[in-house]
Write a protein that binds this ligand. Sequence first.
Ligand code: SAM
Ligand code: SF4
Length: 502
Amino acid sequence: MSGVREPAAQEQRSKTFYLETFGCQMNVHDSEKVVGTLVQQGYRQVETVEQADLILYNTCSIRDKAEQKVFHRLADYKKLQSQGKKFGVLGCVAQQEGEKIFERAPHVSLVCGSASYRNLPQMLVQLENASGPAERAIPRAAGEVAALRDDAFVEKASDSGLRTRDLIRITGLDDRQTDKCFETEFTARTNPHRGYITIIEGCDKFCAYCIVPFTRGKERSRTSDSVLLEARQMGDLGYTEIQLLGQNVNSYKDPAGKRSFAELLAAVGEVPGIRRVRFTTSHPRDFGRDIVDAIDAVPSLCDHVHLPVQSGSTRLLDAMQRLYTREQYLERIGWIKSAKRGIAITTDVIVGFPGETESEFEQTLTLLEQVGYDGVFSFKYSPRPNTPAVTLDDAIPDQEKAYRLEVLMAKQRELQIIRNKRYLGMILEVMIEGRNEARQQWIGRTSQNKTLNFLASPQAKLEPGSYVSVLVTGSFPNSLVGECCISEQMELSVHPSSMIAP
Ligand code: SAM
Ligand code: SF4
């Protein structure tokens, strides 16, 4: 759970680590669990690479650009290896590149994919035993490090330009077929009000463009009892918002067979103290009407569904192996729109998938209009190693991909301007996330997952994590502005996810 970081005890710890995270919310939450595990193993987290004994990167390989970032970081800090610092690469790039990382960056000692995080404590012990500073000063006899081969692959490197006796190789790469999730009671959550819970790991869908099934392993769910236990513990600790996570969160299958995804969602929404529940990402094929029914029935389930479409063309969806047609996708949108509450809808789109014609791209633009999304995350198709799409020969030139991306973003911006105007004059409840002193504004988030910046009287006792009602007075493409109109004490009777016309 949280509360792992106890400052006084932490200060006394001599082993230090620095962790930088790239990528999605799953990675952010994995890092919270990795931090908890390290603290539990006697490490202290520090803010800079210079202060750290162990430098870790939790990486993302969803697109080529994300992947390159970690190699730039490793190159930037390579010289620190001479000070005895150790480097580890975790996450998707670790799993994808595996031992090739040792060749490209010989100063790396640990390479571990997310499916092996359960084994981190043993790997850390091996890292420490194999490479303490004293040991570094004394040349080791051949075979000493190799004796540590039991659970991890440890060997000496050659041809690296560095003294081979200083090189340690520890890997956690062989667990992609595991049925186990990375469950730990030592999660170092950074936000005291809102927290993630991963309910399902991995992915079995194998979309033609996507590297995730190769890096995160097969789909596996936690039991709903274990998820609910964690949710209740979070409620007891004062968290008010929970976000359920999974690459395809709604493909969730309770191994104990007790609850469907919609039932689990409803049960988390009824946990005492929890005022908001979000879930991401939903796969359209597994999106059932029962999810909308749950949102209608349980007030704490937020008014927001993220439902990635990727393309508006059925032919392209088929080529992408997305397992649904445009019409089936729109049917699900129809269910969401028929809910009693106004549910905000967001999506992901890929432009320039191999073979995407202009008219197929046009179909994506018409879909944006037809659905009326509240937000779109759009990406240029990025060829990924080992995926089926990488072998397709009708690639779209990068310039054309960039052009389509620009057109799509401009279109969506126009639509969002119109969409956000519909909130004008409404009172929305926000959770306060922070304050922008320069603008004298509080920063809030609505149930619909919109940023709502607002003014409040200096007398109002506001603080991050509290909930207030805000009258929307202005709108922009990506945010709303307003004025705090009801204090938290006064608005307790207001429905947590309400949108009230004044
Ligand atoms: N499981 C979710 C789904 O099926 O919609 C998506 C998870 S994926 C980590 C997040 C997003 O990254 C995808 O929805 C897709 O838009 C984008 N993405 C994945 N692979 C990509 C690639 N090769 N090139 C560009 N974007 C990609
Ligand atoms: Fe990737 Fe498709 Fe799995 Fe989503 S469903 S993680 S896009 S393979």
